[in-house]
Design a protein around this ligand. Structure first.
Ligand SMILES: CC(C)(COP(=O)(O)OP(=O)(O)OC[C@H]1O[C@@H](n2cnc3c(N)ncnc32)[C@H](O)[C@@H]1OP(=O)(O)O)[C@@H](O)C(=O)NCCC(=O)NCCS
Length: 218
């Protein structure tokens, strides 16, 4: 009870403290200039300890599409797109950068992870064009609920709910739900689908072995 009250008070204090930055970021986004939003986020990413977590939470609660009041974003981490959305109890480790993405409830993003806004931010179709000519597209990467993304991974495609992405992996194609995927490019090596949920007929036909190794390992 007291703990909850203290957290609420700390949240109110943090929001008040970062109000000028919220105003600057909001004004920038209004005029379609995300630079101010990114710069304010980068500044707050440098505040250490618990106070930094509260400051970043207070800032992103009012500047992102959604940032849950109980989500955590650690030292050195920031968002590069205000269109990102972060669910309840999400944990984002240190020195990570998240672009245009939706992160489902209870997911954990490790340290030094990059979640980029799809793979087509730059248009490589015509070699005569300049890379930075602004004709690329930013697509929303969806990370499901209760997903774990390991340290130093790079995510540029969707990750299904309840999946694990191993440390140092590069996700270039969508990872189905209940998978363990590792490597560059990330490939599914195991399924986490609970055996009790698989119907006996499917088990006989081996359909549960759809993704890589046998589910019977779990
Ligand atoms: C993905 C992970 C959970 C797999 O653990 P596991 O189920 O015990 O898997 P195993 O150790 O049995 O490995 C299975 C295979 O995948 C490979 N593998 C495991 N993790 C890998 C990774 N991150 N990248 C590439 N290959 C990996 C193993 O070498 C092994 O290959 P092999 O069968 O050819 O020998 C674990 O390796 C991992 O990456 N954990 C994340 C740790 C982390 O980021 N912590 C951050 C703290 S916030």
């Amino acid at each position: 009870m007291w703990r909850k009250r203290i957290i609420q008070l700390a949240t109110v204090f943090s929001v008040t403290a970062v109000l000028p930055l919220i105003a600057v970021a909001k004004a920038g986004v209004l005029f379609k200039r995300e630079g101010a939003f990114v710069a304010c986020g980068q500044l707050l990413s440098l505040v250490p300890g618990r106070i930094g977590v509260f400051f970043r939470r207070g800032f992103y609660m009012f500047t992102l599409r959604r940032f849950s009041a109980n989500a955590h974003i650690d030292f050195g981490s920031y968002f590069s797109k205000s269109g990102a959305a972060v669910g309840d109890r999400v944990w984002i480790g240190g020195n990570s950068v998240v672009g245009y993405a939706t992160i489902g409830d209870d997911s954990v993003i490790g340290s030094r992870v990059s979640v980029i806004s799809g793979k087509r931010q730059h248009n490589f179709a015509d070699p005569r064009r300049k890379i930075l000519d602004g004709t690329g597209e930013y697509s929303c990467v969806t990370i499901g609920e209760n997903v774990f993304v390991g340290e130093q991974s790079l995510v540029m495609a969707d990750v299904g709910s309840k999946s694990i992405v191993g440390a140092g992996s590069v996700v270039v194609k969508a990872i189905p739900a209940f998978s363990v995927a590792v490597g560059n490019p990330a490939r599914v090596i195991k399924s986490r689908y609970p055996l009790s949920v698989i119907r006996p007929k499917e088990r006989q036909r081996g359909r549960h072995q759809k993704y890589g190794r046998s589910l019977l390992q779990y």
